[in-house]
Design a protein around this ligand. Structure first.
Ligand SMILES: Nc1nc2c(ncn2[C@@H]2O[C@H](COP(=O)(O)OP(=O)(O)OP(=O)(O)O)[C@@H](O)[C@H]2O)c(=O)[nH]1
Length: 555
């Protein structure tokens, strides 16, 4: 056995890296190339191997019963061939770079792999560059980073990264973005130092990965979370829709998004949001009919399926509207139906572009997800408004109920007193209503109540509050009406009721109504006072013979 100095000289001359361990796995000898290939700090003879120097798979094999084995493993960007040879008094671990296999891998890698000298002159670039550069990979070799026709942001980033790597000796990772007319690309680049046996950096290896899709997904996820948060916080639907359109416009370069909602007639769509669209165009599409051939949205709503029109000028679905749309310079419109969980149509989500355009899979995916979230938002609002109606409306007549009336009337009373504006309250009660029920039945009585509610609402202003207090008793708060005006209105209602024959189940029913009126003046201090006084006047009207209006007396 040669002495260790001789052995080291022999091993240093060989192309691989070598590590000689004793039976206790303490280092007996290490060749400089071993440290270089592993990119580890100098290893001390007579010590155990520090943890983390060997790749875990190799370390694991080393712990097993000594026997010959070989292993191939990637380490710091190098494909390494490992070989373990048991010796009478220890182990010999040898490692060498598999250059041929490495080159094959590099050439076929989807990542762009390039090598530079320390001045960033390109020494090598693999064929993956061809899919991102109009110039062949060979063209780049021998050129400096500023002479290769790269976008300025990219060459600047490379200069910065090279300075970092050369000064620290450590790999440096950074992101670069390239804007192309048809697509915005994002790359993650890693620049690694390549050193000689003396530890001097000779060249730089760069691995660039197209992370456009991951990047877009990351951005989308953040916005999607924000949208979910808005839904969870019950933000008003118009705010949610407006925000969603703006968000999609920024997610999809050049997009102008819009949301249309199904109108109650089930036949038309109303424009609910479209902050990026021209105002005149919005007016043009508001209220369009649903149907085959009615542009992208009308057709998507009709089919309950996505309709991708990549060029409005040539697509037959837009033929009837082509001339109307021409001044707005809109060329592509992709529309996605917004469907409830049971498949019912709720509206459409559309994305317009100024140029002819086809969606990519990522964009289609986020449009689909947005449409789904809009379905949730619309249904959430529908449920909330149903609940509100249940809580505030009288089920028989559709008028507001007593509780909601007291809330709204309290506010109106407060405002009128503060602003010194007139306000009048009518309390109304159908005359001999018990007799209607007794003679024609309860159902006919219900019909009369519904009919009367309509007469009352129609006879007053839209701004007045009309309420069914309970049974056959109603109230109306006439906002801004003086006693005189309210008296005229009350008499008009009385007359309308008395002169109207109500039909129910083949019967003609005639009823009259008595009304008590109280207007805001110095003696009325609270809404309660007002109701009490109007009630008293109503009692007076009943007492005086019904079918009349009585005004509350101030004494
Ligand atoms: N059909 C129907 N009847 C109702 C409803 N709510 C209350 N009523 C009836 O309305 C009638 C009210 O009768 P009364 O309070 O005696 O008064 P009236 O017969 O209208 O007589 P005056 O008010 O004195 O003119 C009762 O028979 C109630 O059952 C309802 O929702 N539907």
């Amino acid at each position: 056995m040669p002495d260790s100095a001789t052995l080291k000289t022999i091993l240093t001359a060989l192309p691989g890296g070598y590590l000689l361990l004793d039976t206790q796995l303490q280092i007996q000898l290490v060749s400089p190339r071993f440290e270089l290939l592993l990119q580890c700090p100098p290893l001390a003879v007579g010590q155990p191997l520090p943890p983390g120097v060997l790749p875990p798979a190799v370390q694991q094999q080393l712990q097993q019963t000594p026997q010959n084995w070989s292993l191939q493993h990637f380490h710091h960007g190098l494909l390494l061939d490992w070989l373990l040879t048991p010796l009478p008094h220890g182990l010999l671990l040898s490692v060498r770079e598999d250059r041929q296999a490495f080159r094959t891998l590099v050439e076929n890698s989807p990542d762009i792999i390039s090598r530079y000298d320390t001045k960033l002159v390109c020494l090598y670039v693999n064929s993956a560059l061809a899919s991102h550069s109009p110039l062949p990979p060979l063209y780049h070799i021998g050129l400096g980073i500023d002479d290769r026709g790269l976008p300025l942001s990219m060459s600047d980033a490379m200069h910065h990264a090279a300075r970092q790597v050369l000064s620290s000796g450590q790999p440096y990772t950074f992101e670069t973005e390239i804007s192309r007319p048809e697509r915005h690309l994002v790359f993650e680049a890693r620049l690694l130092p390549e050193s000689n046996e003396d530890g001097e950096i000779q060249s730089l290896l760069c691995i660039e990965r197209d992370i456009t899709e991951q990047h877009a997904n990351r951005l989308w996820q953040a916005d999607e979370n924000r949208l979910l948060e808005m839904l969870a916080n019950d933000r008003p639907l118009p705010e949610v829709m407006d925000w969603t359109c703006r968000m999609m416009d920024s997610q999809i370069g050049g997009a102008m998004s819009s949301i249309m909602q199904l109108l109650p007639d089930g036949q038309h769509l109303r424009l609910a949001a479209g902050p990026g669209l021209p105002e005149d165009y919005k007016a043009l599409i508001d209220g369009i009919a649903i149907g085959e051939g009615v542009g992208s949205c009308g057709t998507a709503a009709e089919r309950s399926q996505a309709v991708i029109v990549s060029d409005i000028h040539s697509d037959p679905l837009w033929a009837p509207y082509r001339e109307q749309v021409r001044p707005f310079a809109l060329r592509a419109c992709w529309s996605h139906p917004i469907l409830a969980h049971d498949g019912q149509l709720l509206g459409t989500f559309a994305t317009y572009f100024a140029e002819p355009r086809q969606p990519d899979p990522h964009t289609l995916n986020i449009i689909q997800r947005t449409s789904h979230l809009m379905a949730i938002a619309i249904q959430q609002e529908q449920r909330a408004s149903q609940l509100f109606q249940l809580a505030t409306q009288d089920a028989l007549t559709g008028l507001i109920n007593r509780r909601h009336f007291m809330e709204l009337a309290g506010k109106a009373f407060h405002d009128a007193r503060q602003q010194g504006k007139p306000l009048s309250l009518l309390m109304l009660d159908l005359d001999h209503f018990k007799a209607v029920n007794d003679r024609f039945g309860h159902e006919a009585g219900d019909d009369v109540l519904t009919h009367f509610a309509r007469l009352l609402s129609d006879g007053l202003r839209n701004s007045d509050l009309v309420c069914r207090m309970g049974g056959e008793e109603f109230a109306a708060l006439l906002i801004g009406a003086s006693e005189e005006e309210a008296h005229i209105a009350a008499q008009r209602v009385c007359k309308a009721v008395a002169s109207c024959s109500m039909a129910s189940n083949g019967n003609t029913i005639e009823v009259t109504v008595s009304v008590g009126l109280c207007s805001l003046d110095g003696t009325v201090l609270t809404l309660g006072d007002m109701i009490r006084q109007a009630d008293k006047a109503l009692y007076q009207a009943k007492h005086d013979g019904r079918n009349r209006v009585c005004v509350a007396s101030t004494d």
